[in-house]
Design a protein around this ligand. Structure first.
Ligand SMILES: Cc1cc2nc3c(=O)[nH]c(=O)nc-3n(C[C@H](O)[C@H](O)[C@H](O)COP(=O)(O)OP(=O)(O)OC[C@H]3O[C@@H](n4cnc5c(N)ncnc54)[C@H](O)[C@@H]3O)c2cc1C
Length: 478
C-alpha cells in the first residue's frame, strides 16, 4: 500500500488549491477523486465570479476568505496561466426598498474590508451599462469584482501540483476511511487503498459522507441546484460588468455576466435538492430568461448555445467549515464551501496548510517548487510572432481543429500529455475549449476523438465522451 503524508479527498477548486499549496513544502501528497476527471463537482458548474466580498455576514469564514481570496486571485490565476478579468460588479436596485438595501450591503462590504465600494445613481449606472433596464434605480458598484474560468483554474491548480510531485488517483471513490494510531487507511469502491498521516476533506457535496466514514458525524451538507443558460460569444460584450439583483435569503439571485472567455452567462436558479442532481429543466430556463430580461430587456436570448447546472453544497451552519475535526484527530474539513468558495479557495488553501496542517506535520519549504506553467498553456493569448515560434517547433499548433474557438491540434495533444492528463472528449473540452463554441462540438468532436485515440493508443471505439460507459461509438459499420 502506498503511503503519503497527506491525502486530499475531492478534486474541485478547494482540493486543488490545497493540494498545490501542500506541494510548496517537502511533503508526499495525493489527491483522491471519485470521478474520471478533476473539476467535476461544483467547480465545473458555477458563475465563475470572483466576488468582491460585500455579501457575506461580517465575522464569518465566508467573509474572511472571500475578501482574502479576491485579493489573491489575479496573481493566482496569472501564475497558473488561467484567464482572469477584473470587470467589476454591480448590484442593481429595482425598488426604493432595494435602493435602501444597497447602503446596508455597502456597509457590510466595508465591514468585511472590501475597498472602493460606491453607490451609483441611475445615470452613473446607465453610463457603465447602457443595456440596463429603464426600471433600474441605482446600483452598488464593487470595482474589485472579477471573472475567472472555474474549471480552468481547478485543472491548472491540480496540474501544477502534479508537476510539483503530487499524485492523482481518479475513479477513486473513498468508501472507507480507517483511523489507526499513525494515520488513516483510505479505500476506494474498487478495492484500492492508500495510507496517509492526514486526510483533508474537500469532497464538496460528499464532504458529510467523508466525515462520517472517518467517524465524525458533525458535518451536515444540503444541496441547492443552480441552472444556467450560456449565450454565444457574439453576445459577450452585451454587458461588461457582472450584474446582480439585490440578494435574498436563498442567495445572490440570477446574474447577467460576461464570462472570462467572452460568452454571456445567465443564471443561476436556486432550488433545494436532495441529491447531487445537475439536470436542467424547461421551468428553470424559463425563469432565468424572464429575470435576465428584467435586468436587461434586450438580452439576446436567441444566442443561447447550452444550459447546465451545479449543486451548491452548503452546511447546516451556513458558513464554511474549515477546521480540524473535533472527533477525529488528523482529519481536516474544508466542507460546506458553497459560494463564494471559488473566490475563497486560494485563501482557504493558505490557511489550511499554513495553520491546520502545520499543527500536525513539520512544514519544510520545497526549494524545487515551481508555481508557473509552460508557455504553451497561454497559446491563445500569445502574439502572432510568439505563436509562429511555437508552430515552427510543434507544427500541430498550426492546425485548427475547433473552428468556433480556434483551438489547434497542438493544444489537444498537450491536454492529453500534460498534468492532469485528459482521457475523454469532455476532459479535452474543459482543458482547451474545443467544443465549447456555437456548434458545441458538432464539427470538432470526431477529430478530437481521433486525436485522443492516437495519443492514448486505443481503438476509436474505446474513446469516451466522459466517464465509464460513455463511449462515442459502439463499433465499425464497414
Ligand atoms: C450554482 C453555483 C454557483 C456558484 N457561483 C460561484 C461564484 O460565482 N463564485 C464563487 O466564488 N463561488 C461560486 N460557487 C461556489 C463554488 O463553485 C464552490 O464553492 C467551489 O466550487 C467548491 O469547491 P470544492 O472543491 O469544495 O467542491 P467541488 O468542486 O464540488 O469538489 C468536490 C469533489 O469531491 C469529489 N468527491 C465527492 N465525494 C467523494 C468521495 N467519496 N471520494 C472521492 N472524491 C469525492 C467530487 O466528485 C468533486 O469533484 C457556486 C456554486 C454553485 C453550485
Amino acid at each position: 500500500m502506498k503511503s503519503y503524508d497527506v491525502a486530499v479527498v475531492g478534486g474541485g477548486i478547494v482540493g486543488g488549491s490545497v493540494l498545490r499549496e501542500l506541494t510548496k513544502y517537502k511533503l508526499s501528497v495525493c489527491l483522491l477523486e471519485k470521478e474520471s476527471d478533476v473539476a467535476m463537482g461544483q467547480s465545473r458548474a458555477n458563475s465563475g465570479i470572483v466576488h468582491a466580498g460585500f455579501d457575506a455576514v461580517p465575522g464569518t469564514l465566508k467573509a474572511k476568505f472571500n475578501v482574502a481570496g479576491n485579493r489573491m486571485m489575479q496573481a493566482y490565476a496569472e501564475e497558473l496561466g488561467v484567464k482572469y478579468k477584473n470587470n467589476g460588479s454591480l448590484v442593481v436596485a429595482f425598488s426604493e426598498e432595494e435602493l435602501e438595501a444597497l447602503s446596508a450591503l455597502k456597509a457590510r462590504g466595508e465591514a468585511n474590508g472590501v475597498p472602493r465600494l460606491q453607490i451609483l445613481s441611475v445615470g452613473e449606472l446607465r453610463e457603465k451599462e447602457p443595456n440596463i433596464s429603464d426600471e433600474a434605480l441605482g446600483a452598488l458598484y464593487a470595482p474589485t469584482g472579477g471573472i475567472v474560468c472555474p474549471y480552468g483554474l481547478t485543472i491548472a491548480s491540480i496540474g501544477n501540483a502534479m508537476d510539483n510531485g503530487a499524485e492523482l488517483y481518479l475513479d477513486f471513490e473513498a468508501v472507507k476511511i480507517e483511523k489507526s494510531q499513525n494515520g488513516f487507511t483510505v479505500g476506494s469502491a474498487d478495492g484500492r487503498e492508500i495510507f496517509c498521516k492526514l486526510v483533508i476533506n474537500c469532497a464538496g457535496y460528499g464532504s458529510g459522507k467523508i466525515a462520517k466514514l472517518a467517524g465524525d458525524d458533525s458535518v451536515k451538507i444540503g444541496g441547492r441546484r443552480g441552472e444556467y443558460v450560456l449565450l454565444d460569444r457574439e453576445s459577450g460584450n452585451f454587458v461588461s460588468h457582472t450584474l446582480f439583483f439585490a440578494p435574498t435569503k436563498l442567495g445572490k439571485g440570477i446574474l447577467v455576466s460576461p464570462t472570462v472567455d467572452g460568452n454571456l452567462l445567465l443564471g443561476p436558479t436556486a432550488e433545494e435538492v436532495s441529491e447531487n442532481d445537475v439536470s436542467t429543466s424547461a421551468a428553470g430556463i424559463a425563469s432565468i430568461l424572464e429575470k435576465a430580461k428584467k435586468m436587461c430587456p434586450a438580452v439576446p436570448v436567441y444566442n443561447g448555445i447550452t444550459s447546465f447546472a451545479g449543486v451548491r453544497a452548503y452546511s447546516d451552519k451556513h458558513d464554511f467549515i474549515i477546521e480540524e475535526s473535533a472527533a477525529v484527530e488528523g482529519l481536516i474539513h474544508c466542507a460546506g464551501v458553497e459560494s463564494p468558495g471559488l473566490t475563497a479557495a486560494p485563501a482557504i488553501a493558505e490557511y489550511v496548510v499554513g495553520e491546520l496542517v502545520k499543527r500536525r506535520l513539520p512544514l519544510q519549504k520545497n526549494e524545487n517548487f515551481c508555481g508557473t506553467r509552460k508557455a504553451e498553456f497561454y497559446f491563445q493569448s500569445l502574439s502572432a510572432e510568439e505563436k509562429n515560434k511555437i508552430i515552427a517547433d510543434h507544427p500541430a499548433y498550426g492546425r485548427i481543429v475547433c473552428r468556433c474557438e480556434q483551438i489547434t491540434e497542438g493544444e489537444i495533444v498537450r491536454a492529453v500529455r500534460e498534468n492532469p492528463p485528459a482521457r475523454s472528449v469532455d476532459a479535452v473540452k474543459r482543458r482547451t475549449r474545443a467544443g465549447m463554441g456555437r456548434c458545441q462540438g458538432g464539427f470538432c468532436q470526431p477529430q478530437a476523438a481521433e486525436i485522443l485515440a492516437r495519443e492514448l493508443n486505443i481503438p476509436f471505439e474505446q474513446v469516451r465522451k466522459s466517464g465509464a460507459g460513455s463511449e462515442l461509438v459502439t463499433g465499425a459499420v464497414k
